[in-house]
Design a protein around this ligand. Sequence first.
Ligand SMILES: N[C@@H](CCC(=O)N[C@@H](CS)C(=O)NCC(=O)O)C(=O)O
Length: 215
Amino acid sequence: MKLYIGNKNYSSWSLRVWLTMKVKGIDFEEDLRAFDVENEYADFFEFAPHGKVPVLTHNGLTVWETLAILEYLAEQFPEARLWPADRSARAEARCIANEMHAGFMALRAACPMNMRRRVEAVPTDRHVRKDVARIESIWSGCLDRFGGPFLFGKDFTIADGMFAPIVNRLAIYELSEHHAVRAYSETITGLEPWKAWEAASRQEPWVVDIDEVYA
Ligand SMILES: N[C@@H](CCC(=O)N[C@@H](CS)C(=O)NCC(=O)O)C(=O)O
């Protein structure tokens, strides 16, 4: 099983799958391809039909799109419990994972993930603030009802993988002081695979100007 990923400093979609697989102990070979922005990421088409990362290959099959990859893994490794066991919790986890996949456009556009960026606020508009408020509501609601430390209780699920890059964005752009954000961020950044990803990002030589946002 091979996972193609992009730069650890910038590739939030790669982080979602990589972190989920590491936390859940799913073994894979990692193939990191640095962003080639000047050539419009042309080399990604060597392995990805849509020219993006992440991509998973397994037994001759190619799976692309983050949520489709995570669903494939959930089917392939049922013992890893990638979704919550309870049906209603699982429905809610799928709702918020899909919200993350399809939404929060203002936040994603204005505040890209950047693991090694210094902490510094940037000006935000009402669309970004609305996205942040919705994330605060999701995280605080889940932590209250399921008891934490993860969104659906004591086990990491796909929902946590999907929201993990937001932890970095809220921190580096100083976007939230909500107590649930503080608590949940401590949980995610305390994970050993998170620390390993962050450490590796600091070793990367590549700088992608469009993802470097300063006040
Ligand atoms: N909808 C895709 C998004 C993947 C994506 O946009 N990946 C970025 C890196 S984080 C990428 O490959 N960008 C290259 C491009 O847009 O050409 C998914 O869920 O996996």
